[in-house]
Ligand binder design. Sequence first.
Ligand SMILES: Cc1cc2nc3c(=O)[nH]c(=O)nc-3n(C[C@H](O)[C@H](O)[C@H](O)COP(=O)(O)O)c2cc1C
Ligand SMILES: C=C(O[C@@H]1CC(C(=O)O)=C[C@@H](OP(=O)(O)O)[C@H]1O)C(=O)O
Length: 383
Amino acid sequence: MRFLTAGESHGPVLVAIVEGLPSGLPLTPEDINPWLKKRQEGYGRGRRMVIEADEVEFLSGVRAGRTTGAPLTLAIRNRDYRNWVEIMDPAPGNEPRKRALTAARPGHADLAGGIKYGHKDLRDVLERASARETATRVAVGAVALKLLSFFGVEGVGYVAGMAGVWSRVPFSWELKDRLEASPVRMLDPEAEAEVIRRVDQAKAEGDTLGGVIEARFRGLVAGLGSHVHWDRKLDGRLAQMALSIPAVKGVEIGEAFQNAMKRGSEVHDPIYWEEGRGFYRRTNRAGGLEGGMTNGEELVIRAALKPIATLMKPLPTVDVVTHEAKDAALERSDTTAVPAASVILMALSAIVLAQAYLEKFGGDTLEELVERVERYKERVRAW
Ligand SMILES: Cc1cc2nc3c(=O)[nH]c(=O)nc-3n(C[C@H](O)[C@H](O)[C@H](O)COP(=O)(O)O)c2cc1C
Ligand SMILES: C=C(O[C@@H]1CC(C(=O)O)=C[C@@H](OP(=O)(O)O)[C@H]1O)C(=O)O
């Protein structure tokens, strides 16, 4: 399964084309829209999220509520486009550019993208660098998650810490639904209250915030990915996907950074076996991955998000046209997007996992795939 996305942040529409899905997968917008909504939410988001109400349209690949096996085209319209029609017009003209951006924002793609593609109006960079693009990828992730549900796999994304405050309530699947009621996708009400206070404070001071997000999957079979070649290692593939989320600068599988400072005897998860259950662990410090493969335990991936780049109290920069020292450009912006990013991390990880299932089990129809996964599960239980 492969996919491409296209679309600008303030253009008419965002699209994704997904190729390689099996036929027969039940799929309706209701499988996708709740995830798009969650991606828009979270305390600290800016005014853009009040304008948008993301909903997916199927432009190809689905008939009568099931995938056909043909490329699936997902489209999400930008409601904000009506305010940008002239500025985004593809026709020649629009010179001098309206709302041109020339004071490159430190931390955003503006300067490097401008140099690389030769744009002195840095809006030509911003429009595609914007995390708006993640709406389409989350839509693809929701399709992946739907596919995974037929293999008994479930995923969740939440915030481990943000604004300098860690959640002290460890994640458990029984508490999962509580996340939907938390404006910061945290399980710890005390931490949540303190985060909200700090977001308000940062906003009032024209500043921004980052955090640490976590995604988990349960129900995965052992043996997804492979140890035999670098580009088939699942940890590497998950990390690449995670690092492609705008503002993500660090990735951790399991308790990687804590483990690095301990002895092997304190870190590695002893192996046990039980009739009817097969191999299992009583601890999961490895985060469900060994040798670039799932080991049958829960998959745990964490990622670090830097604070948002656009500051309302701007940092010093240089104008790319005049070379004058200036304050960085002010654009409407989020104060923080950590809760949204946790949903993105889960959805994008689901894409990598769905790809790994499709590679291992093949099959052109959902029925074939499910049959093969079930047979493999039985074999592994008895192995
Ligand atoms: C959901 C989400 C929303 C974001 N919103 C903003 C924003 O409003 N303003 C901003 O400057 N950066 C925002 N970012 C981060 C920028 O997109 C990102 O920093 C930029 O593209 C540069 O890429 P890099 O940080 O990965 O180097 C957001 C990121 C995510 C994941
Ligand atoms: C639009 C989204 O996020 C945007 C990501 C973003 C950035 O620079 O990455 C900047 C802001 O864009 P705007 O100037 O239009 O408000 C965010 O709102 C979204 O997540 O759907």
